[in-house]
Design a protein around this ligand. Sequence first.
Ligand code: SF4
Ligand code: SF4
Length: 333
Amino acid sequence: MDKPKVGFYWCASCGGCEEAVVDLAETILDVVEVVDIVFWPCAMDFKREDVEAMPDGTMAACFVNGAVRTSEQRAMAELCRRKSQSLVAFGSCAHLGGVPGLANLHSRQSILQACYGDGVFTTVNPDRVVPGPRTERPEGSLELPELDGEVKRLDHCVTVDYYLPGCPPPVKLIVDAVTAIVENKLPPEGTVLAPDTALCHDCPRLDSKPEEPFIDRFRRPHQIPIDPEKCFLTQGLLCLGPATRSGCDNACIQGNMPCTGCMGPLSGVRDQGAAALSAVASLMATNDASQADRVAAELADLAGTLYRYGMPSSLLFKKAEQDRTGGVPCPSE
Ligand code: SF4
Ligand code: SF4
């Protein structure tokens, strides 16, 4: 019997999700025992034409990581969608927009200006040349993908069947997903392939998290020696565990660092940053607005902290988008 065919592709991402596949280590041998990898440009020499030549639905599943920002990424997302029976948004960027999604706090123009205009400190660009989709030179035309107005998550562009969360997704969840594909035991479409409980739920430090409001100030991890046993919130360190899905085996907590929220929100939570803020606010030891403001002001880069992995999924993003477009909502929602 033919083995199920699978593919991997990346859009706007750092490469960490591809590393996570490599982190399967010798388990990758078990994986290739049971599936045929027919597309993985990061690791093998596949070309776009190879995928275009496949009959539609050839791949049992295609795992696409990264957010979508360019015309090329949109075209590849659509191609992978067409050629696969199941499309899996792999990792935080495909799932929620990820760290690249923080670019949505700025306009495309201001980003180009910062990178190629006067704000540049790392690029030698005396003529302030801004790359465009087409450049004519005596030798011929040069083409680049177009930069879209904002960063989108994968399901803003194509229908996604499953989501494998995490930055990057935990190896165990990847193996479980591949096993489910091979055994044809995938859950209902739209499922996030991770437990639907909060990280605090199985955190080894949960017993030291007080039930009553107690937060009277915030610190940053480099400012204090961190007790490796106590709940981070108890120590005045912002931990997004209360508003984050579990499934990572508490990877950061085990490394004595607070959770920054990469597994995304639990089912039914519309806005992870707002949920985190609400959880933390309920633990503040004051009802006085000005004192609460003073405590909140100790959190550096609030938007970047609460929405590190999900700005394109947030209500905040919708507001920013509406401000820019004069009220036109995102076409996907
Ligand atoms: S807030 Fe963080 S450290 Fe505290 S119990 Fe939850 S996950 Fe653990
Ligand atoms: S502890 Fe939080 S940030 Fe770290 S891997 Fe788990 S979900 Fe992601």
